[in-house]
Design a protein around this ligand. Structure first.
Ligand code: UDP
Ligand code: MG
Length: 316
C-alpha cells in the first residue's frame, strides 16, 4: 500500500464537553468518507475546567488517530493554536473550532484545492447565523479600519477555519510573539491562498468564550501587532493642531497690532486647552499601547507549557 497523505485536524478546545461527542462523530464520519487520506485529530485542551480532557482521553484510548496536548492552564485560543501547530505533523493541517460552527464537511473541498496547489484554503463566512447584530457590525467596522491602516491584505469574515499546507505551518511556527493575532499572521506569511464560502452555523452547544471586553482586547492586539498606523495618526494630529495654533497666534498678533487688545477670549482659551489636553492624552495612550507590547515581547517568555502530550499513531 502506498502511504497516504496525512491531514492533521487541529482543534483548540476550552470547556467544550457538550460538543465533543458530536464533533468526534462528524470527524469520524468525514475520515470514513475520505479514505485516500490518513487523519490525525489533534486536540489542544486549553486548561478546560470541565470534563473536556477526560472525554478526549477516553476517545484517544479507542482511536489511534487522536493526539492531544494538555496545556498547563488556559492560555487562550491564539496560544492554543500555536501549541497545536508546533505538534501538527500532517502534510496539511486544518484548524477548526470545537463548537461545530465550522462545518467539517467543508474539509474535503479544502483538500481538493490543496491538491490543486493552494497552500492556504480558508473558509469565508457568507452569513453568521446565531450571532448578534452588534457583533456583526462591530466585526465589520473593525476589519475596515484594520484594512485601511495596512498594506497587507486582510481577509474579512474569515475565522481561523482553514487548511494550511505544511510549509505554511512551518512558517507560522516561527512567529514566537507573545501577543498573538493569528489571523494577521495568515495574511502576513503569504503563499497561494484560496477562498471558499460557507454559512457559519450557530454554536452547537455550550457558550461562546468571548465577551466584549475580550473582543476589544483582540481588536487592539490586532491593530497594534499589525500596523504602526495609529502612531502616524497621532503625529499627523500633532502637526495639524500645532499648525492651526500657529496660524491662530499670527492672527492674534496681527489683530492686536492693528485693532488693539480687548480682554475677551476666555471660552476660546478653555476650548483650546481642553482640546490639546485631549489630543495629548490620546497620543500618550497610543504610544503606551506600543510600549506595553514592546515590554511584553522583550520578556521573551515561552508561549505555553504542556502538562501532557500524546501523539497519534499510524497503526490500527
Ligand atoms: N478556545 C480556546 N481557548 C480559549 C477560548 C476558546 O481554545 O480560551 C476555543 C474554543 O474551545 C473553540 C474556539 O476556541 O474551539 C472558538 O471559541 P468560541 O466558539 O468561544 O469563539 P467564537 O466562535 O464565539 O468566536
Ligand atoms: Mg464558536
Amino acid at each position: 500500500m502506498t502511504t497516504r497523505k496525512k491531514i492533521t485536524i487541529l482543534i483548540p478546545a476550552y470547556n467544550e464537553q457538550e460538543v465533543l461527542r458530536h464533533l468526534y462523530e462528524r470527524l469520524h464520519k468525514l475520515a470514513g468518507e475520505t479514505p485516500n487520506y490518513a487523519f490525525e485529530f489533534l486536540f489542544v485542551n486549553d486548561g478546560s475546567r470541565d470534563k473536556t480532557l477526560e472525554i478526549i482521553k477516553a476517545y484517544a484510548k479507542k482511536d489511534h488517530r487522536i493526539a492531544y496536548i494538555n496545556l498547563s492552564r488556559n492560555f487562550g485560543k491564539e496560544t492554543a493554536m500555536i501549541a497545536g501547530l508546533d505538534k501538527a505533523n500532517g502534510d496539511a493541517t486544518v484548524i477548526i473550532d470545537a463548537d461545530l460552527q465550522d462545518p467539517p464537511e467543508l474539509i474535503p473541498q479544502m483538500i481538493k484545492y490543496w491538491e490543486e496547489g493552494y497552500d492556504d484554503v480558508f473558509a469565508k463566512r457568507n452569513s453568521r447565523n446565531g450571532e448578534s447584530f452588534m457583533k456583526k457590525t462591530t466585526s465589520s467596522v473593525f476589519y475596515k479600519i484594520l484594512q485601511k491602516s495596512t498594506t497587507i491584505p486582510i481577509q474579512q469574515d474569515t475565522g481561523d477555519f482553514r487548511l494550511l499546507d505544511k510549509r505554511c505551518v512551518m512558517a507560522l511556527r516561527q512567529f514566537r510573539e507573545s501577543e498573538r493575532y493569528t489571523k494577521g499572521m495568515f495574511s502576513w506569511i503569504g503563499y497561494k491562498k484560496k477562498e471558499i464560502g460557507y454559512d457559519r452555523d450557530p454554536r452547537f452547544a455550550g457558550d461562546t468564550k468571548w465577551n466584549y471586553l475580550k473582543l476589544i482586547n483582540l481588536a487592539i492586539d490586532g491593530i497594534t501587532s499589525f500596523t504602526t498606523a495609529p502612531l502616524r495618526v497621532s503625529s499627523v494630529m500633532g502637526i495639524l493642531v500645532s499648525l492651526g495654533a500657529f496660524i491662530y497666534i499670527i492672527y492674534l498678533v496681527v489683530r492686536t497690532i492693528f485693532f488693539g487688545t480687548d480682554l475677551a477670549g476666555y471660552p476660546s482659551m478653555m476650548a483650546v486647552i481642553l482640546f490639546l489636553g485631549g489630543v495629548q492624552l490620546l497620543s500618550l495612550g497610543v504610544i503606551g499601547e506600543y510600549i506595553g507590547r514592546i515590554f511584553n515581547e522583550t520578556k521573551n517568555r515561552p508561549l505555553y507549557f504542556i502538562e501532557d502530550y500524546r501523539a497519534s499513531s499510524d497503526e490500527k
